[in-house]
Design a binder for this molecule. Structure first.
Ligand code: KIV
Ligand code: ZN
Length: 517
C-alpha cells in the first residue's frame, strides 16, 4: 500500500494496542460494532487483533476480515512461525489483508527479554517477513523499542526487513521515551540511511508515557513518516497511544505547518466514534481532553463567550461541527417516532435497523415515561444495553429493595438463568451489596468485584445513573455497564452485563482447543 507524499495513512490500533490495556477489553460484538464505525470514519488500516494471543482475538480478526471490506485489515504476529500462521488464518477472508510482524531491537530487550544476539534478531526478521510475504503482499515490520535501539543496528534491521519483502517499516516508541526533536532526527536518519527506503512507507507508533505521543507523531510526519499508528481517545498500554482525533485534527487545522498533508478521515465521524468507544468500554473521556472532551468547545470566561458570539474564529480554531459534535440539548422526547430515533442514533454513530432498532425503540419509550428529557448520553446508554450484548445467559427480571438507616438492606431479585426463571432474596451491607449477593446466588457465580463506579449520565433530578462494574474471575477481567433512573437497578444491570461477558469468555474457552503463546 503506497501513500503519495501528501497523504498520511491512518493505522488504527484501538482494537489491538488499545484493547489490550486494562479496562478496555471488548467482546466480539463490540469489536465488530467499533470496526464498522472505524470504516465509516475512513481509517486506512484497522489492526484488528493479535490472533495467537487468544481464541477470542483469532475469532474477532476473522469476523472483522469477513465483514469489513474497505480498509486494510491487519493482524499482529511476533516473528515465530506459529504467530504468523495464526495471523494468516485469521485474515484468510480479508479483502485487503496485512500481516504485521515485530521483534524488539534494543539491547535492553535483547539482553533481558529475548536473550538473543543482534545476528539472531536479523535472522528472525528475515525469516518472519519472508514467511509473512509467502501469505500476503502487504507486510509491516516493527522494530519494538526502536527509540532505545542503536541507530546503526536499526538500519541493518530495516534493510533486512525490506530485502525480505516488508512494505511498511514501523519505528515504535514502545515505552514513550523519545522527544519530538529526537524522533524527527531518527526518522530522517533512517530514511536517509536505509538502502531502498524509498520502496517502503515509514510508520510511527508512539506511547504517551511522557505526554508526548501526539507531539512525537507530528514530528515524525514532518520528518517524512507517512503512516500514523493511533487509537481512538488515545487508549492503550499504560498512558496510552497517540490519540487519533488529536493527530488528525492537528494535521487538518495546521496544514500550513505539516506540508499540506491530508488524511482520508471523515472528521465529522470523530466525535461519534469517540462516544461509541467510551460507551462500549465504559471508560469516560476526561472533560478537558482535546477535541472530544466535554469542555473542548465550551467557553466559560466572559471575554471568550463575548468574542465567540461576535465571531467564533476569535477563540475557536476549529468548529465543533467539523468533528461531528451536535448540540447536546434535548434531542428526543416521549412523542418522538422510530425514524427520529434512528436518525439521531446514526448521528451518534449507531446505525441500527430491524430488530435492533425495535429493541432500542422500546427501551427508549420506557425511558421517556420515566424521564422527561432525553439526551445523547441517555441514548448511548440504551444502545449499549440493548444492542452490544454478546450473550444472554443471564437476564435480569424485576427486583425490589428494602434499605434505610435502620433496616438491614435486603434485595429480592428475579432472573432468567439459561432459560429458567428464578428468584432469590439476600442481605448485604448496603442495597447494592444485597442485590449483587442475590444475583451471585441465582447465577451460582463467584466473581470478584474489582471496581464499582456510578455517574449521573446527564444533569437534572431525573438523570439516569450509569454504573460501571469491573469483575474478575481468575486472570480474566471484564467491564459491565448499566443505566437506569434508579441506581440500584442500574447496578444490577451492570453486574449482570459483566457476568454475561464472563460467561461468554468461559464458553469460548471451553469450545476452543488450548493454544499456547
Ligand atoms: O508499542 C509497540 O512497540 C507495539 C508494537 C507491537 C508495534 O505495540
Ligand atoms: Zn504499542
Amino acid at each position: 500500500m503506497k501513500a503519495p507524499d501528501d497523504r498520511v495513512l491512518i493505522f488504527d490500533t484501538t482494537l489491538r494496542d488499545g484493547e489490550q490495556s486494562p479496562g478496555c477489553s471488548m467482546n466480539l460484538a463490540e469489536k465488530l460494532q467499533l470496526g464498522r464505525q472505524l470504516a465509516r470514519l475512513g481509517v486506512d488500516i484497522i489492526e484488528a487483533g493479535f490472533p495467537i494471543a487468544s481464541e477470542g482475538d483469532l475469532e474477532s480478526v476473522k469476523a472483522i476480515s469477513r465483514e469489513i471490506r474497505e480498509p486494510v485489515i491487519c493482524a499482529l504476529a511476533r516473528t515465530a512461525a506459529a504467530d504468523i500462521e495464526h495471523a494468516q488464518e485469521a485474515l484468510a477472508d480479508a479483502a485487503r489483508p496485512r500481516i504485521h510482524t515485530f521483534i524488539a531491537t534494543s539491547d535492553i530487550h535483547l539482553q533481558h527479554k529475548l536473550r538473543m544476539t543482534r545476528e539472531q534478531v536479523l535472522e528472525e526478521v528475515d525469516r518472519a517477513v519472508r514467511r509473512a510475504r509467502g501469505y500476503v503482499d502487504d507486510v509491516e515490520f516493527s522494530a519494538e523499542d526502536a527509540t532505545r535501539s542503536d541507530w546503526d543496528f536499526l538500519v541493518a534491521v530495516f534493510e533486512a526487513a525490506l530485502d525480505a519483502g516488508a512494505t511498511t517499516l514501523n519505528v515504535p516508541d514502545t515505552v514513550g521515551y523519545t522527544t519530538p526533536t529526537e524522533y524527527y532526527d531518527l526518522i530522517r536518519f533512517l530514511k536517509e540511511q536505509v538502502t531502498g527506503s524509498e520502496r517502503a512507507i515509514f510508520s510511527l507508533h508512539c506511547h504517551d508515557d511522557l505526554g508526548l505521543a501526539v507531539a512525537n507523531s507530528l514530528a515524525a510526519i514532518r520528518a517524512g513518516a507517512r503512516q500514523v499508528e493511533c487509537t481512538v481517545n488515545g487508549i492503550g498500554e499504560r498512558a496510552g497511544n497517540t490519540a487519533m482525533e488529536e493527530v488528525v485534527m492537528a494535521l487538518k487545522t495546521r496544514r500550513d505547518v505539516y506540508g499540506g498533508v491530508d488524511t482520508g478521515v471523515a472528521t465529522q465521524e470523530i466525535y461519534p466514534t469517540s462516544r461509541m468507544l467510551s460507551s462500549i468500554i465504559g471508560v469516560a473521556v476526561q472533560p478537558n481532553k482535546a477535541i472530544v472532551g466535554d469542555n473542548a468547545f465550551a467557553h466559560e470566561a466572559g471575554i471568550h463567550q463575548d468574542g465567540v458570539l461576535k465571531a467564533a474564529i476569535t477563540y475557536e480554531i476549529m468548529t465543533p461541527q467539523s468533528i461531528g459534535r451536535t448540540s447536546n440539548d434535548l434531542v428526543l422526547g416521549k412523542h418522538s417516532g422510530r425514524h427520529a430515533l434512528r436518525d439521531r442514533l446514526a448521528e451518534l454513530g449507531f446505525h441500527l435497523e430491524g430488530d435492533e432498532l425495535a429493541r432500542v425503540f422500546k427501551q427508549f419509550k420506557d425511558l421517556a415515561d420515566r424521564k422527561k428529557t432525553i439526551f445523547n448520553e441517555d441514548l448511548e446508554a440504551l444502545v449499549s444495553d440493548a444492542v452490544i450484548v454478546q450473550d444472554d445467559t443471564y437476564e435480569l427480571g424485576d427486583l425490589s429493595i428494602m434499605s434505610g438507616s435502620f433496616a438491614t438492606p435486603t434485595a429480592t431479585v428475579e432472573m432468567t438463568v439459561a432459560g429458567e426463571r428464578k428468584k432469590a432474596t439476600a442481605q448485604g451491607v448496603g442495597p447494592v451489596d444485597a442485590v449483587f449477593r442475590a444475583v451471585a446466588e441465582l447465577t451460582e457465580t463467584k466473581s470478584e468485584l474489582v471496581r464499582y463506579q456510578v455517574n449521573a449520565i446527564t444533569g437534572g433530578m431525573d438523570a439516569q445513573g450509569e454504573v460501571t462494574v469491573t469483575l474478575a474471575d481468575g486472570e480474566r477481567k471484564v467491564i459491565g455497564h448499566g443505566a437506569h433512573t434508579d441506581v440500584i437497578v442500574a447496578s444490577a444491570k451492570a453486574y449482570v452485563h459483566a457476568l454475561n461477558k464472563l460467561e461468554w469468555h468461559k464458553r469460548r474457552h471451553a469450545e476452543s482447543e488450548p493454544r499456547g503463546i
